[in-house]
Ligand binder design. Structure first.
Ligand code: ADP
Length: 319
């Protein structure tokens, strides 16, 4: 193998740059050239390629976002678009691709392999909603960003004796809400995986107030229901002074945590090794402390279950 390509696709996540650095430097270590593809799959269709040497990834391990940029690409959903992508890659002498992104990016990678191009996927998304890996690159940073916000909101919530409803990212999954809620000591955590009643949330707030609790933090994953709607219901049902904070895109940015950089470094290196070994359709995951690889198609048929023990633990600890 003489030349491989790397791209970042879908939603950006802190640590993608650290993964790029690991891919580039590992490949060069094994004598392989690396081509960077700009803006995800659309860069494959437009031949938007740049050679990535050792120095091209200097000084990026600590930066959020992705130096290759990222995009969502409608054309890639169609066979003609993907065929064009493969033609462009073959013309550029590219023999394999490392795709860093979420489950959509992985689905695109599977389709690319069907046209003859070997691919390895690296899970890069703040949502942590990828099967066969306990952690995705960017999740830890996003959780720490939310915990930092909870700490600050807690100060004002206590001073004013208010209820705060904080909305975090997670359309289909409550990983961020659960981890940040447990780490931030939230009174209630509302996630898509667990049906909830506003009545239960209110009962908990009232119980806390009756024993002198000055504030309540309710964390809600965006996929369940809007924070504004929940806040309104709490106010109407219990007359409580509630405020809403929607954290939004600050959760996507920032310098990656040490853990995200370590994960990205390990996964980036393993992705290159998989291509060198002749693998054609793998995703990289982590289980315990071990870096693993799985057939992407099989992995996508699995589910990443949320840790309900943590959910119950958080309920016990926030009583
Ligand atoms: P993420 O990778 O963060 O989940 P998306 O779901 O937006 O982000 O997917 C990124 C891109 O991957 C899409 O814009 C599209 O180009 C490609 N893609 C996603 N699903 C498929 C699919 N089923 N077939 C081909 N390409 C796909």
């Amino acid at each position: 193998m003489k030349r491989v390509a790397v791209l970042t696709s879908g939603g950006d996540a802190p640590g993608m740059n650290a993964a790029l650095r690991a891919v580039v430097r590992t490949a060069i270590y094994y004598g392989i050239e690396v081509i960077g593809v700009k803006r995800g799959y659309s860069g494959l269709i437009k031949s938007d390629f740049i050679p990535l040497g050792i120095g091209s990834v200097a000084d990026i391990i600590h930066r959020g976002g992705t130096i290759l940029r990222t995009a969502r690409c409608e054309e890639f959903f169609h066979r003609e678009g993907r065929e064009k992508a493969v033609r462009n890659m073959v013309s550029a002498g590219i023999e394999g691709l490392v795709a860093i992104g979420g489950d959509g990016t992985f689905r695109g990678a599977v389709e690319l392999e069907k046209l003859g191009m070997p691919v390895v996927g690296i899970p890069g998304t703040i949502d942590n909603d990828i099967p066969c890996t306990q952690w995705t690159i960017g999740f830890d940073t996003a959780v720490n960003t939310v915990v930092d916000a909870i700490n600050k909101i807690r100060d004002t919530a206590t001073s004013h004796e208010r209820v705060f409803v904080i909305e975090v990212m997670g359309r289909k999954a409550g990983f961020i809400a659960l981890a940040a809620g447990l780490a931030g000591g939230a009174e209630s955590i509302i996630i898509p995986e667990k049906p909830f009643e506003v009545g239960d949330v209110i009962t908990k707030i009232m119980r806390g107030q009756n024993r002198g609790k000055l504030h309540s933090i309710i964390l809600v994953a965006e996929g369940v229901s809007g924070a504004l709607e929940i806040s309104k219901k709490i106010h109407e049902a219990a007359g409580l002074d509630t405020r809403v904070t929607i954290l939004g895109h600050i959760q996507r940015g920032g310098s990656p945590t040490a853990w995200d950089r370590i994960l990205a470094s390990r996964m980036g290196a393993e992705a290159v090794k998989q291509l060198i070994q002749g693998e054609r359709k793998k995703m990289i995951g982590i289980k315990g402390d071990a870096i693993k690889s799985y057939d992407i198609e099989w992995a996508l048929s699995q589910t990443h279950e949320i840790n309900m023990q943590d959910y119950h633990l958080s309920a016990i600890l926030s009583i």
